[in-house]
Every structure is written in structure tokens, then in C-alpha cells.
Design a protein around this ligand. Structure first.
Ligand code: PNS
Length: 184
């Protein structure tokens, strides 16, 4: 892991890399996504990424073009609550290009999760586009566990909206927030 100390912890807690990270030896990965809201599938990928990288920055896309159930601030706070026991993880938000966000946080790698073959084509296109934009940044795909292969934020939202059981699909903070928003 990269250096220690309170300053560094505070920098990470704010979602920013400590000064010098980009040029240091810490292996930093960016995990970008909508996280609307974070599911157990996302946490599975985050947990796996922490075993490979020194630091994992989870970046929430703010995007004004995409309609989301939760605001970017809500999605960030659900991620923060769900990853509070993972000291290597920081949460931030971004607008614009993922590769710019990766550069800003000093990440040399973008992590994306793959569930089924159906994910591959879109992910492959995105990875190639990101490589064209930033050849120095690599994309790595991590596979979720079998239990999470069918879990997606949209599916969890839909099941919750129609009164179905979403336990075991999303972490407790997401479940509570979904129930509050969709089943007031
Ligand atoms: O969780 P999602 O919705 O699958 O995440 C998609 C995301 C945020 C990774 C993707 O939409 C993205 O990278 N958006 C930022 C814009 C960008 O960089 N576009 C060029 C790469 S396709």
C-alpha cells in the first residue's frame, strides 16, 4: 500500500489522491459507473479490485444526460456507507470523460465488471475508445461471483418498485434508500 499517515487518509477520504500519487508507486484503479444505486455486484467488483490495487477510487458519473433515480450526492453517500470498512477505497464523482477522471485521481487502470457475455460488446467498445483517448490507461475486467451475475441496478430498482424482495441483491444502505424512494 502507498504511504500512510493522517494526511493521506484525509486526502483519500475526500476522494482525492494524496499529492504525488500519480507519480508514486501506488497502483491506483478507477472504477467508474452510474451506481444507481450500488448493488452487491458492484461491491463484489470493488472488493476484488482492492486485492489487486493499492487504492480503488469509485467514481460516480454525475451526467445530466442520463436520468437516474438517485442524485449523484445520494449515490456517493450510499457508496461511502457501503464501503466504509474498506480503507483502500475512496468515492468521488465526475462529469465528462472517464479517462480525464482517471488522470485526475492518478489512476493508471480503469476497472469494469463483467457479468455475462452480453456485457462484453459494449464494454469492449468503451475500453477501446478509452484507450484511443488515453493510451497510457489500461482497462481491466473483473468477473463477479456467480451469485451476482444477474444483479444490476436497474433490475434491483425494478424489483423494488414492484414490491419484490431485494435482500441479497444490494447492501443495506441501498435497500433502505430504495424502499424510502420507491415505496414511501
Ligand atoms: O454503470 P454504467 O452506467 O455502466 O457506467 C458507464 C460509464 C459511466 C462508465 C460510461 O458511461 C462512461 O465512461 N461515461 C463517461 C463518458 C466517457 O468517458 N465516454 C467515453 C468512453 S465510452
Amino acid at each position: 500500500m502507498a504511504g500512510s499517515g493522517r494526511e493521506e487518509e484525509e486526502a483519500w477520504a475526500s476522494g482525492l489522491p494524496p499529492e504525488g500519487s500519480a507519480s508514486g508507486s501506488a497502483r491506483i484503479a478507477l472504477y467508474p459507473g452510474s451506481f444507481d444505486p450500488v448493488t452487491l455486484g458492484h461491491l463484489d467488483i470493488i472488493e476484488r479490485a482492492t486485492r489487486i490495487f493499492d487504492r480503488v477510487v469509485v467514481a460516480v458519473l454525475q451526467s445530466a444526460t442520463k436520468t437516474s433515480l438517485f442524485t449523484a450526492a445520494e449515490r456517493m453517500s450510499l457508496l461511502e456507507a457501503s464501503t466504509q470498512d474498506m480503507s483502500q477505497v475512496a468515492v468521488t464523482s465526475f462529469d465528462g470523460l472517464t479517462v480525464d477522471c482517471a488522470r485526475n485521481v492518478g489512476a493508471s487502470t480503469i476497472v469494469r465488471g463483467l457479468r455475462a457475455v452480453s456485457d462484453f460488446e459494449g464494454e469492449f467498445q468503451m475500453a477501446l475508445m478509452n484507450r484511443r483517448l488515453a493510451p497510457e490507461i489500461h482497462t481491466v475486467f473483473l468477473m463477479t461471483s456467480l451469485a451476482n451475475v444477474f444483479v444490476s441496478s436497474s433490475m434491483v430498482r425494478d424489483v423494488c418498485r414492484h414490491g419484490g424482495d431485494i435482500s441479497g441483491l444490494a447492501p443495506a444502505p441501498s435497500i433502505l434508500a430504495l424502499q424510502k424512494k420507491l415505496r414511501p
